[in-house]
Design a protein around this ligand. Structure first.
Ligand SMILES: Cc1cc2nc3c(=O)[nH]c(=O)nc-3n(C[C@H](O)[C@H](O)[C@H](O)COP(=O)(O)OP(=O)(O)OC[C@H]3O[C@@H](n4cnc5c(N)ncnc54)[C@H](O)[C@@H]3O)c2cc1C
Length: 146
């Protein structure tokens, strides 16, 4: 058998359902975009998929119109949090070096960055606190340098 590998998509696919198909976990791109962890999302999307498939079988309709409910449900469940992490990831990747320098100078910022990155703190809840603190630190270092 010929085996092939592929890099994980680091954000959910635009469409995670089709006729008689639902994509869960890595297959749907449900991975923490900062750490690459995906066990939580694999289990949660599996649970949501099981619920939607049960309902689909009960009403005898496994077409994509019915299965689209799966995407509605995972979006309602964790999309806000995941989307915030994707935005953070994109922002971080473009400015990695200067951000690391700034963050390493401040313990509170370091704690918030690591906490939201690794999922101990909610990035959705902390995004403005983190941004404000980061901007304040940038301003402070600018004033100190002039
Ligand atoms: C080295 C490594 C370390 C990781 N560490 C962490 C971590 O610490 N924490 C964390 O949250 N995540 C971690 N991850 C990511 C995590 O493992 C995945 O996000 C998670 O396992 C995804 O679950 P899944 O069910 O979507 O896919 P998988 O766990 O990959 O399950 C897919 C299953 O489908 C089977 N399969 C594939 N093709 C077929 C086929 N044609 N027919 C039948 N079966 C098939 C495979 O054999 C496999 O058993 C790590 C990943 C790697 C590679």
């Amino acid at each position: 058998m010929r085996r092939r590998g592929w890099a994980l998509p680091l954000r959910p696919l635009k469409k995670t359902y089709a006729n008689r198909v639902i994509l869960c976990g890595d297959a749907g791109g449900f991975v923490n975009p900062i750490t690459g962890e995906g066990v939580y999302y694999a289990m949660r999307t599996g649970e949501i998929a099981a619920k939607v498939v049960t309902e689909a079988l009960e009403v005898g309709s496994t077409d994509e119109a019915f299965l689209s409910q799966y995407q509605v449900e995972w979006k309602g469940d964790f999309w806000k949090e995941l989307k915030t992490n994707i935005l953070f990831r994109d922002f971080l990747l473009n400015r990695a070096e200067s951000i690391m320098k700034t963050v390493s100078k401040d313990e509170k910022l370091m704690e918030m960055s690591v906490g939201t990155g690794l999922g101990w703190l909610s990035s959705h809840e902390y995004k403005w606190k983190l941004t404000r603190h980061y901007l304040w630190l940038l301003l402070k270092s600018y004033v100190e340098a002039t």
